[in-house]
Write a protein that binds this ligand. Structure first.
Ligand SMILES: NC(=O)c1ccc[n+]([C@@H]2O[C@H](COP(=O)([O-])OP(=O)(O)OC[C@H]3O[C@@H](n4cnc5c(N)ncnc54)[C@H](OP(=O)(O)O)[C@@H]3O)[C@@H](O)[C@H]2O)c1
Length: 245
């Protein structure tokens, strides 16, 4: 454990591809040890190997946010190897109803979406929080979306006003509520909890239709993961600044 005593440790869920993969790269490039969380062992190991090939200090960690039996082993792994967790980026997410109308989306899709984008994140965070409390500068980044903003959804001038998939959007609104409630609970600790909106980013989630690169999308996650001691907590940010709730 001693070699890691002075090194910050970051776990990113759903890091085998997309924005999560890129944020591991950005953090590890700053000298932070990156744990590549992935539900699929092969995909996770391959991703970690690619990043190690760039000279980065990363390793795979099996974590399926929907499968609680993987949460406690992940906690034990981090505790026994590093003794603490400095950064948790709750990035894993799914979008199943992007082309469906709110009046038509079935309950199974709603439940499945909330399982990953909300309940799974709450469970992972609760399991790992004791290790984050052991960090002197814990940072939790909940990867939300501008689509979680009810203020933006009620503004006809907003760029994505027409885009109303209920399951995805509501799961991110719920995740934002977790950010606000948890940040309040932890306000007297060094831990900062924030929601990040990466913006419309080209990944598998949107068949690469996004206009931002993963490097651009991951930037706000990296910034929130490395906030200074006087940085914000309980906020909602994109790369332009504050996003309205
Ligand atoms: N792309 C955008 O425009 C955009 C905009 C706003 C917010 N976001 C958010 O950004 C985050 C990353 O999305 P992305 O665009 O990078 O999408 P992506 O390329 O589809 O990546 C999603 C990642 O989540 C993982 N994942 C899904 N379910 C999981 C589970 N149960 N346990 C662990 N990992 C799981 C996926 O793993 P597998 O490879 O195993 O499926 C994959 O690694 C998501 O929370 C998304 O909602 C994206």
């Amino acid at each position: 454990m001693s070699e890691h005593l002075n090194k910050r440790i970051a776990l990113v869920t759903g890091a085998n591809k997309g924005i999560g993969y890129e944020v591991v790269r950005q953090l590890a490039s700053q000298g932070i040890k990156g744990l590549v969380g992935a539900r699929d062992e092969q995909r996770g190991k391959d991703a970690a190997a690619r990043l190690r090939g760039e000279g980065l200090d990363v390793q795979f960690l099996h974590l399926d946010v929907n499968d609680e039996t993987t949460h406690e082993p992940a906690r034990r792994f981090i505790e026994s190897n590093f003794g603490k967790l400095d950064i948790l980026i709750n990035n894993a997410g799914i979008a199943l109803d992007l082309t469906q109308k709110p009046s038509e989306v079935d309950l199974q899709t709603l439940r499945k979406t909330f399982d990953t984008n909300f309940f799974g994140i709450v469970s992972v965070t609760q399991t790992l929080l004791p290790l984050i409390r052991k960090s002197d500068a814990g940072r939790i980044v909940n990867v939300s979306s501008g689509l979680g903003s009810l203020t933006q959804h009620t503004d006809p001038a907003w760029e994505f006003y027409q885009f109303k998939p209920l399951a995805y959007n509501a799961s991110k609104t719920a995740l934002n509520a977790f950010t606000v409630m948890l940040a309040h609970e932890l306000k007297d600790t060094p831990i900062k909890v924030n929601s990040a909106d990466p913006g419309y980013t080209a990944t598998d989630m949107n068949a690469h239709s996004g206009y931002k690169t993963v490097a651009q999308g991951a930037l706000v996650l990296t910034q929130l993961a490395t906030l200074p001691a006087d940085g914000a907590t309980g906020g909602y940010f994109n790369d332009q600044g504050v996003v309205p709730w």
